[in-house]
Write a protein that binds this ligand. Structure first.
Ligand SMILES: [Fe+2]
Length: 332
């Protein structure tokens, strides 16, 4: 028996078509629920199109049922009329689908653009807030000139250099590098709790005064930890807390506040330590004159495996000319 001779074929086709249309109605209702959450509010045009689209699918479904009924009952006379109705609604259905898709996409695009703009504004606000916080120290005369900007550049250069080493490649991804660069300006935020009488003292600090200075690591970390605790997502502040708490630790374990050694010091703190010291060596203070780039490089090389992580010193040695350019370009 050929397919043309199969008397069940029309029944099967109509029934399958009806089942598919029923699935379309259910899926379309789900799609509308999702789309409504993403559309611009009060978009009556799209709501109307959704309603019409759904109604047409219901009409189609009803049409399949009627045709199936006619087939069972052997009614032939209405065949041409139903074909005409089918073509008419089919064309309307296709047009409506395209208009609906276009309107929905346009609305989502507008929404997307506004989210993108809000996101950019939020990132800029975040950046300005970080620098405003960090510049508090500068306003109090605790840091020289552009120390904050320079150290952020140094941190990025070191992190990028380290990321090329196989050992760090999987860890130092671009997001992590961006986060430690963002954290760098906050490294001395805890200094705001140290009295001016100590910070602005022209001479050498007494051991008691130095103990107070040392508290800036924990004070700064506590401040940022509190801020981070108020966020419901993973922010750069987690890395900032580690960096602030550990930027005065030394590879040989003789740093402060916890006396951590080698890789137990967070990587962000190890990177910041070198950036901070290079900048301090290259800056003028009331109690000391700046050193030349070459002298600073010699001191850093000497501290390899003592104050600094040997890998980070290795990276520094390979890119020290860039440090020199920044120290000259952002002098002050
Ligand atoms: Fe510090």
């Amino acid at each position: 028996m050929t397919c043309a001779e199969c008397s069940y074929c029309p029944y099967l086709l109509i029934l399958t078509g009806a089942a598919l249309m029923l699935c379309c109605i259910i899926k379309f209702r789900n799609a509308i629920t999702i789309a409504k959450g993403m559309l611009l509010k009060k978009n009556h045009g799209i709501s109307l199109l959704h309603g019409m689209h759904l109604s047409l699918m219901v009409i189609f479904f009803a049409g399949y049922c009627v045709v199936f009924y006619f087939l069972i009952r052997g009614i032939q006379s209405a065949g041409i009329l139903f074909v005409a109705i089918g073509f008419f609604f089919g064309a309307l259905f296709a047009l409506l689908s395209i208009v609906l898709q276009l309107d929905t996409l346009s609305s989502i695009k507008v929404q997307h653009e506004s989210i993108k703009l809000a996101n950019q504004q939020l990132l800029q606000t975040e950046s300005v807030t970080i620098f405003t916080l960090a510049h508090q120290a500068e306003l109090r005369g605790l840091e020289t000139g552009k120390h904050i900007e320079r150290t952020a550049h140094y941190v990025r250069l070191l992190a990028q250099g380290l990321s090329e080493m196989p050992k760090y490649r999987s860890y130092l991804v671009s997001g992590y590098i961006a986060d430690i660069e963002k954290s760098a300006p906050l490294h001395d935020i805890g200094m705001v709790a140290v009295p001016d009488s100590i910070l602005k003292k022209p001479g050498k600090l007494t051991p008691e005064e130095f103990e107070i200075v040392k508290t800036h690591c924990e004070n700064g970390a506590r401040l940022l930890r509190t801020a981070d605790g108020k966020l419901s997502f993973q922010s750069f502040l987690k890395i900032a807390v580690q960096m602030v708490a550990s930027h005065h630790e030394k590879w040989n374990g003789k740093g402060y506040p916890r006396g951590l050694a080698d890789e137990s010091i967070p990587l962000s703190g190890r990177i910041m330590a070198l950036a901070d010291v290079y900048d301090a060596l290259r800056s003028d203070y009331p109690y000391k004159k700046r050193l030349s780039h070459e002298e600073a490089c010699k001191i850093i090389a000497k501290e390899k495996g003592e104050h600094f992580d040997p890998d980070i010193v290795e990276v520094f040695s390979s890119i020290e000319s860039k440090f020199h350019e920044i120290s000259v370009g952002l002098a002050g």
